[in-house]
Structures are given as structure tokens and as C-alpha cells.
Ligand binder design. Sequence first.
Ligand SMILES: NC(=O)c1ccc[n+]([C@@H]2O[C@H](COP(=O)([O-])OP(=O)(O)OC[C@H]3O[C@@H](n4cnc5c(N)ncnc54)[C@H](O)[C@@H]3O)[C@@H](O)[C@H]2O)c1
Length: 256
Amino acid sequence: MSGELSGQVAIVTGGASGIGAASAALLAGQGARVIVADLQDAKDGTGRFVSHDVASEESWKSLLADVLGREGRLDIVVNNAGISGGFANAETTTVESWQHVQAINSEGVFLGCKYAIQGMKKSGPDKPASKGSIVNISSIAGLIGSAGPTAYTASKGAVRLLSKSVALYCAEQRYNIRCNSVHPGGVDTPIFNPLWQAMGHEQGKAFVGSRHPIGRMAEPVDLGEVVLWLASDRSSFVTGAEIVADGGLTSGLMKR
Ligand SMILES: NC(=O)c1ccc[n+]([C@@H]2O[C@H](COP(=O)([O-])OP(=O)(O)OC[C@H]3O[C@@H](n4cnc5c(N)ncnc54)[C@H](O)[C@@H]3O)[C@@H](O)[C@H]2O)c1
């Protein structure tokens, strides 16, 4: 397919659902060859599915070998896979659940950046130089605190500064690899299933939406568009940045 990402190769972790699936579809729509790397199969999803656990370094090694072996290049990595890990606070969070959330949401993104750099540095006949874009999905929970969920909040804060560290390192090395973080507010995806089960989907969505100054929750495509922009050369001078897409939630207080 032709488009501004024509010929480029993208990995989207957690690309079988929600924000990842929308991002994968938009990247593919611009011509990228997309690898959906997820624990769960993308039933009718975009691109080529590869079973992958972001928390496992072995899994990253074999994913990178697969992508470089079959596609010959790597241009874009969207480190999107994540879990909420429940709503436990500083007193009720167990060490096991803390470590599980950090392993996926924080360490998984670190590994994603590490192997992204390895892959993007490689050149080939149709990719003459080191180049790439890493997009890490954090959250508004990586910008402002909350009383809980404690483990999730800490993991998303880690992604924010990890992204800046990766961006500065790649700039220092003159790799031409950019790295940025995205901070969504509430997005209507299966991550909210526990709330939808408790309140009903429409009622729950209206409730969460009313907390956002813009008056609604985001749809996955709202975030996919941000990912597409960061992935493409349209954002060529943007690195180490935190892109907030939260319907105004972290902008300040409202009158009402
Ligand atoms: N939905 C929101 O309101 C919201 C807000 C802020 C940030 N986020 C973040 O956006 C990202 C995507 O979330 P979503 O809302 O689309 O959720 P989702 O549950 O729809 O999708 C998450 C995907 O990640 C996959 N996944 C989970 N653990 C994995 C692992 N170890 N290895 C590989 N894949 C794994 C799941 O199988 C699933 O397909 C997450 O990092 C989440 O924290 C979401």
C-alpha cells in the first residue's frame, strides 16, 4: 500500500486491542508493514501477528530476529502493551502485583526501547542509515499522582522519564532515532471492562467522559492519530517530548 510510511516496518505491542489496534490500523493505512506483537491473537486485526510477551527479554530477542529476518528492517516501535493491575493503593498493593505491573508496564517498555534501538540502527539496501521512531504509551497517571492504583501510577511515571533518557541517549549517539511518550486520558477500550461490568458500558462511558473537560472519553482512534504523527517524519524535530491527549483533564481546574 502506498502512503507516507510506505516501505517502513512497525512493531506495535499490545496491537490486538484498543489503542494498539487503532494505531496498527492507522500505520498500515499509511503503507507500513505492521507486526502486531501481543499475548492475545488479533482476530480480525491489522498486519502480521506474532505471539509476544513484552515482559520477557527472550521474547524480545526472538521478535527482533523474526522482524529483521523476514522484513529486513525496523523503523517504528510502539510500546503500547499494558495492564491496569487493579485499583490497589499503597497499603493494599502486594509485592507480587507490584512486580507484575512493573514487569509489563515499565520493564516491558524498557526492553522495547532497548531492542528497538538495536533493530533501528541496522541499515540495509532499502534503509541506508540508522533511523527510527519509538512511541511509548504512558498515561495521565504518568503525569499526575492518584491515591491508587499505586503500581500502575508508578509504572507510567517510569515510562515518562525512561522515554526522555532514551531520546537523549539516541540524540547523543547521533542515531537519528526519536523517542517520545504519549499520555492518554480515559480511552474506551477493554482495559475498562471491570468498570463496564459494574456500571454498564454506556453509563460507565458517560461517567468517565464527564470527568474530562472536553465532555467525553477518547476513542482508540484519537490516540492512534497521535501515535501515527509521532511515528512519521511529520514530527521529525520532536524527541523526548510528552504528548498529552487527555481532553483537558490535566490542564487545570474547571469552574463547574
Ligand atoms: N484505555 C485508557 O483509558 C488508557 C489510558 C491511559 C493509558 N493507557 C495505556 O494504553 C495502553 C493500551 O491500553 P488499552 O486501553 O488499549 O488496553 P487493552 O486492554 O485494550 O489493550 C492492551 C493490550 O496489551 C496486551 N498485553 C497485555 N500484557 C501483555 C504482555 N505482557 N505482552 C504483550 N501484550 C500484552 C493485551 O493482550 C491487549 O491486547 C496501555 O499501556 C495502557 O496502560 C490506556
